[in-house]
Design a protein around this ligand. Structure first.
Ligand SMILES: Cc1cc2nc3c(=O)[nH]c(=O)nc-3n(C[C@H](O)[C@H](O)[C@H](O)COP(=O)(O)OP(=O)(O)OC[C@H]3O[C@@H](n4cnc5c(N)ncnc54)[C@H](O)[C@@H]3O)c2cc1C
Length: 597
């Protein structure tokens, strides 16, 4: 029997006793005393509960004042800037409503669900009945709020913040609207690496580079040379703007991404795009930019052929924000299955998504309603080594790129060149049994690469879910994943023999000389996922959105992954950060000037 039930039973027995008239004269006071005693004995002032979140256990300590939740203290390791923000906003709602019946935070469902479970467990542990804390949260007011500003920015990713800060610095009033409960989008979950030609670190290392060389590298994929010229011209000065004006720390080393002719990519502190987002948030606060989350823009309004503002669904109801300039910075459509399947018929339910759940192409669809043109919509980039359950890009799999790793199937055979293009490998994996591949490497490769050590949370989560295994023998790995053991041993032996001779007659692997021979061995299950949508709204070099006649839709600007035309058929690693910053700034400055004219 739970404690609450014991309390109820004791109370009803004492009431029965008094109703039968058998009670002594001062029974009421006695009963009250008794009740208080029982309360004290059965309901604790705090309760503690845990549940499994994204990156491990979430522990909730709930403090009560009588039957009211007074506060919830949390201990967890959810993703900085995303899971932690969602957890804070959920706790606020739970306390405000004295209820666990609150909506999960979109974009952080696993964290939200775990947090609610942990709070429920804490309530139960305190001796209270969870049902008493499952009342309906307050309804939306249904009111329409009206606001007015100079520039509205749709989307709180890197492009949105670059636009908002630049517009504000150009003298405009700005409101930035983000549909999820926390800002950041794909920018936050990215590595944040930024292509900057002829930068200071290259100079120190004696690497020769130029804007022209960078433009040439990007143009290889067939993008618009005019847009690429603007990108290349501003790339490096904008990386310094991020450092000097926004506070982004660039590390002291560079990365070399495929398709670039030289090593030129800057790395943010902690190797994460959150370095940009957290500094942008600080800057926005300092400048007085209104940043509103849970503000889902549903429509871009126009009057007499000019932009007039936006219609927004908020947590409380509807909001109209009137503005002469609107910057669409709502990101790509990599998390919108319907759109990715429609534009690329090789993509289906066996291809997951690495993207933030906010990447649903809203900006493209809303602008199309106003006659906007699009470009390259069918050009979608895939990433081959992703979490088979969540689609998350797996950095532990970078052993493939550095120390060396083999990709095998359930039958124990290799099936593709492990360093082929992202698309080739993705499609090859999709053709295998269960639509997955298994990446295999040894301790030497693990040590040379070092990505497992620098991504401990990812590694732990994969080990815990049995999606990555470490073992002293290849046989154990094969057994765990139910792979044909004998074939696997033969595959590895053949590869080792050939690789020692710098040969790979089967797949012509371009990096040889390494082997799978030093225990412990590692194996990871992986599936492909949509990673970047190169297509989107057609813009000109002023970040103005164009209609099908090539004319500007007066007052409408766009920047970042929502636009198309720059990356052609293949966005090179680290060029998206450059793109969103350069065109975000241009869009913001021009939107401010338009609003003021
Ligand atoms: C895992 C991963 C790693 C990556 N690593 C790198 C890297 O190292 N270097 C690099 O150059 N690129 C990288 N990329 C690509 C890069 O992160 C993105 O292209 C870039 O961040 C897009 O920025 P953005 O501002 O255009 O969109 P986002 O950062 O996605 O922001 C768009 C925002 O708009 C919001 N939004 C959408 N619709 C609405 C609406 N209707 N109303 C209000 N808000 C809305 C979204 O919720 C989101 O917060 C990576 C991508 C991923 C997924």
């Amino acid at each position: 029997m739970n404690k609450k039930k014991t309390l109820a039973l004791l109370l009803s027995m004492s009431m029965l006793f008094s109703a039968c008239g058998g009670a002594k004269t001062d029974n009421k006071a006695e009963d009250q005393k008794e009740e208080t005693k029982v309360e004290e004995a059965t309901e604790d002032a705090t309760g503690e509960g845990t549940a499994k979140g994204h990156n491990g256990d979430i522990k909730a300590v709930v403090t009560f004042e009588g039957d009211k939740i007074a506060k919830v203290d949390l201990e967890h390791e959810e993703t900085e800037g995303l899971g932690d923000k969602a957890a804070d906003s959920l706790v606020e709602k739970i306390v405000a409503n004295n209820s666990v019946n609150v909506d999960t935070v979109s974009g952080a469902t696993v964290t939200s669900t775990a947090l609610i479970e942990a709070v429920k467990a804490a309530i139960e542990a305190s001796g209270r009945d969870v049902k008493a804390f499952e009342t309906e949260a307050e309804e939306k007011t249904g009111e329409t709020i009206e606001k007015e500003t100079d520039v509205v920015v749709i989307g709180g990713g890197g492009a949105g913040f670059a636009a908002a800060v630049s517009a504000k610095e150009a003298g405009a009033d700005v409101i930035l609207l983000e549909k999820l409960a926390s800002v950041g989008g794909n920018t936050l979950i990215s590595g944040g690496e930024y292509a900057a030609p002829a930068n200071e670190l290259q100079e120190k290392e004696g690497i020769e580079d130029s804007k022209e060389q960078f433009a040439k590298d990007v143009e290889e994929a067939g993008g618009d040379p005019e847009l690429i010229k603007v990108l290349a011209d501003h790339a490096t000065e904008d990386a310094y703007w991020l450092r000097d004006e926004i506070g982004v720390e660039w590390l002291d080393s560079l990365m070399f991404f495929g398709g670039h002719s030289v090593k030129r990519s800057l790395i943010p502190a902690a190797h994460t795009g959150n370095e940009l987002i957290k500094n942008y948030l600080n800057k926005s606060e300092e400048l007085g930019i209104e940043v509103q989350t849970e503000a889902d823009v549903k429509e871009i309004l126009a009057e007499d052929g000019k932009i007039a503002g936006v219609r927004v669904e908020t947590a409380d109801g509807e909001m109209i924000v009137k503005a002469k300039s609107v910057v669409i910075a709502s990101g790509g459509f990599g998390a919108n299955d319907e759109m990715t399947y429609e534009f690329d018929n090789e993509i289906d339910e066996h291809v997951l998504s690495t993207n933030s759940p906010g990447a649903t192409g809203d900006g493209i669809l809303m602008a199309e309603e106003l006659g906007a043109d699009t470009v390259d919509m069918e050009k979608i980039q895939l990433y081959p080594i992703c979490d088979v359950e969540t689609g998350k890009l797996l950095y532990c799999g970078d052993t493939r790129l550095v120390g060396g790793a083999l990709l095998v199937n359930k039958e124990g055979n290799r099936f593709v060149e492990e360093l082929g293009t992202r698309r080739e490998i993705s499609m090859a994996i999709k053709d295998q049994t269960d639509y997955v591949g298994y990446l295999l490497w040894d301790e030497t490769s693990n040590e040379t690469t070092g990505t497992m050590a620098s991504n401990p949370q990812e590694a732990e989560s994969l080990f815990e879910r049995g999606l990555m295994v470490k073992a002293d023998t290849l046989e154990e790995l094969a057994e765990h994943f139910d792979i044909d053991k004998d074939v696997l041993l033969e595959t590895v032996a053949t590869f080792n023999e050939n690789s020692a001779k710098e040969e790979d007659p089967e797949f012509n692997l371009r990096m040889l000389g390494w082997q799978v021979k030093d225990a412990p061995f590692y194996m990871m299950k992986a599936a492909p996922a949509v990673h970047h949508t190169m297509g989107g709204l057609k813009i000109n070099t002023e970040a103005q959105v164009l209609n099908k006649d090539g004319e500007w839709i007066d007052g409408l600007y766009a920047a970042g992954e929502v636009t198309g035309g720059i990356h052609g058929s293949n966005r090179l690693g680290s060029v998206a950060m450059t793109d969103i910053t350069v065109f975000g700034r241009i869009a913001g400055e021009n939107a401010a000037a338009n609003a003021k004219k």
